[in-house]
Design a protein around this ligand. Structure first.
Ligand code: SAM
Length: 232
């Protein structure tokens, strides 16, 4: 049995009761980084064997798959949030499905859902791109294609590249493109920055240092207050 277990994106109190129950009762925890997961497990006084997996390391995938095939109940976690969402883990889920091992996916923290809910811009469709490619040409192409679909676009970004990414959005989609930056969600310094791509790039550029994790939501210039297509 493989349980996919989301873990907090910043605030340890966001772990769910069911996530704790699975972590306490499973036979082994399959993790992206054993040291990071040990910190989480220790915080909740849980002691379990851990196995590291890495999508680019066939050996680690084979070893974790063998643990699953031996009949053990495993919890799959990543460093933060929901495994397989801009995080590794999908190869293990695929292997479990192919081998007929039961998979159960627990709901829980994920930065994309948290940011979109707090943005107040849509209750309906959006396009999630995760991390954009490093090459500006490829990123611009992906961005304009996704934005062309007509829904808000959500991307993940690190503090080191957020200004560069705002510049790319301004250049590709227009300087006045509305952007919402959700920074350090669920943490003490949680912050919401709203403005245009060019304006936010200029504001952040004035800071001595940009810190924290970001979710970027690229909104539409002329929002319709009512979503005619939604059935809720
Ligand atoms: N699997 C995770 C999830 O379900 O959201 C995402 C992991 S991905 C490697 C990490 C990225 O998620 C960060 O670079 C940032 O863009 C976003 N992120 C994670 N935690 C965040 C937080 N507390 N506030 C804002 N963004 C966050």
């Amino acid at each position: 049995m493989l349980y996919i277990v989301p873990t907090p994106i910043g605030n340890l109190q966001d772990i769910t009761l069911r996530a704790l129950e699975v972590l306490k009762t499973c036979d082994a925890v399959l993790c992206e980084d054993t040291r990071r997961t040990q910190i989480l497990l220790s915080h909740f006084a849980i002691s379990k064997p851990t196995f590291r997996y890495n999508e680019n390391d066939d050996f680690s995938i084979r070893r974790c798959t063998e643990v699953l095939e031996s009949g053990k109940t495993c919890a799959l976690v990543s460093d933060c949030g929901t495994p397989c969402i801009s995080d590794p883990g999908w190869r293990l889920v695929k292997a479990a499905v192919e081998k007929g091992i039961k998979v159960s996916s627990l709901p829980g923290p994920s930065a994309v859902a948290c940011a979109l809910a707090g943005a107040g811009i849509t209750g309906g469709a959006f396009t999630f791109l995760g991390f954009l490619p490093r090459k500006p040409g490829r990123a611009a192409k992906l961005l304009s294609g996704a934005y062309g679909v007509g829904n808000p676009v959500v991307v993940y970004e690190s503090p080191y590249r957020v200004i560069k990414m705002l510049g790319l959005i301004a250049k590709t989609l227009g300087e006045d493109t509305p952007v919402i930056l959700a920074r350090e969600l669920s943490k003490v310094y949680e912050e919401w920055l709203r403005g245009t791509a060019a304006g936010l790039a200029a504001d952040l550029g004035k800071k001595h240092k940009v810190q924290g994790e970001f979710v970027m939501i690229i909104d539409r210039p002329h929002k319709e207050e009512k979503n005619e297509d939604a059935d809720f």
